[in-house]
Ligand binder design. Structure first.
Ligand code: CMX
Length: 389
């Protein structure tokens, strides 16, 4: 069922209207985006169940300029989010509507959009939109003799959250849906670890948990983040815990999903078999194709082989069970209840070992962040990170 994604409001002076909504709702715009093709500059304000999109005209040809001249400031359109804009357009055309474009086109906020004329919809311009969430250009964080890639979302005025992906994953592969949901409320910065995603390979480095902790510390330094909230999936969760243990003053609170801290030879072997590129290409060809898109066609298999070697280092990782008692920050431990890599005992034991932990189990059978409902996960994270004193 489509939901109301945003309400477009035509404005003459976006600054004045933003100041008004700050008085009314206590929130400032979290994003400003120019969409030249639509002739608009947009300020986005989060109003919880939907966004407000303040639309200012870029020039006299803009549909918004025409609207303002004819009708003055006010409600410009309602936008409903659908899973598939093209299919929705076809459905509505069959019902006799005439969409304003031949095909959905790229609008603001990573959305494919199309409109129905207000003459067909009782005087209100109606937009349908589909999230396509293209990756923004990475920020290149200098690290050793190369660069790590980071992706920043939302307003710097909001509380910071740093997101860390799992082994063999990346921001693009695992974190994007959650990032988009945190964007209105946080300054959300995600890191691609060395040898992952858009980061460099650092071939001279023998990858280990210590290096990944150091990657995350470099990110905090570069973005000048103190008192950050951390979210990590799987390996990213262990790295978040180790970072909080080593640099307690820099970490306000943590959330870890599908993280393991207790490695033995059997668990290392299971992880290594998952990182076997030949087996993966055979068993999950679609995922292997995605990996080729994100890491590069030549590179992903080599990167995965290198991570099989990294898995050996987990037996002597940067955080030991005995260290967990010293992680004093509030930690939300979450996992899928039927995770196929780490059994339920793992999050339960982690919850038990941490002095200030809460626990959330999500229904799910796979050790993959992509299978978690991003609305549920983002809701849990937001509650955890904002309910702190
Ligand atoms: N809401 C309600 N009525 C509207 C309207 C709106 N947003 N825009 C125009 N109208 C009304 C006009 O008042 C006019 O009514 P009357 O005939 O009763 O006077 C009628 O529609 C025709 O208006 P027009 O000025 O002749 O405008 P056009 O038909 O040339 O264009 C529209 C209207 C909707 C086709 C055009 O504005 C359009 O293509 N809009 C879609 C694109 C857009 O708005 N982009 C900006 C937002 C982008 C984003 O959200 O990213």
């Amino acid at each position: 069922m489509p939901h109301l994604e945003h309400i477009g409001i035509a404005v003459k002076d976006a600054g004045a209207v933003a100041a008004l909504y700050e008085k009314l709702l206590g929130v400032r715009p979290y994003k400003l985006e120019t969409v030249t093709r639509e002739g608009v500059q947009t300020h986005f304000i989060s109003a919880e169940t939907a966004k407000l999109e303040l639309l200012a005209a870029l020039g006299a040809d803009s549909p918004v300029a025409k609207f303002l001249a004819k009708r003055g400031e006010g409600l410009h359109h309602l936008a409903f989010e659908v899973d598939d804009a093209r299919a929705e357009m076809d459905r509505l055309t069959t019902l006799g509507f005439t969409p304003l474009s031949d095909a959905p086109r790229l609008g603001a906020d990573g959305k494919l959009i199309f409109f129905l004329h207000p003459k067909e919809t009782h005087g209100v311009l109606v937009e349908f939109c589909q999230s396509v969430s293209a990756m923004p250009a990475p920020t290149r964080v200098p690290y050793r003799d190369g660069h790590l890639a980071a992706f920043a979302f939302g307003s710097e005025a909001n509380p910071p959250v740093v997101l860390l992906h799992g082994v063999g994953g990346s921001t693009e592969l695992e974190l994007l849906p959650v990032l988009r949901r945190l964007e209105p409320h946080f300054y959300a910065v995600a890191l691609d670890f060395a040898g992952h995603g858009a980061s460099d390979d650092f071939p001279d480095l023998d990858l280990s948990g210590r290096h990944f902790v150091d990657n995350a510390r470099a990110l905090l330094d570069f973005f000048d983040l103190d008192d950050a909230n951390l979210f990590g999936f799987s390996m990213g969760g262990s790295i978040a815990l180790a970072l909080a243990h080593q640099h307690p003053a820099r970490v306000r609170s943590l959330a870890v999903h599908g993280a393991n801290f207790d490695w033995d030879a059997r668990r290392v072997r299971r992880l290594q078999s998952r990182l076997n590129p030949d087996a993966l290409a055979r068993l999950s060809p679609v995922f292997a194709e995605r990996l080729a898109e994100v890491h590069g066609a030549e590179r992903w298999a080599a990167r995965y082989r290198r991570l099989q070697a990294y898995a050996e280092t987990l037996l002597d990782g940067p955080l030991r069970t005995a260290d967990l008692i010293d992680v004093q920050q509030p930690v939300l431990v979450s996992a899928h209840d039927r995770d196929d890599l780490f059994p339920l005992e793992v999050p339960l034991a982690l919850h038990h070992a941490l002095p200030n932990a809460s626990l959330a189990l999500l229904p799910g059978t796979r050790h993959a962040l992509a299978t978690a409902d991003p609305d549920v996960l983002a809701h849990l994270l937001r509650r955890h990170f904002t309910s702190l004193p």
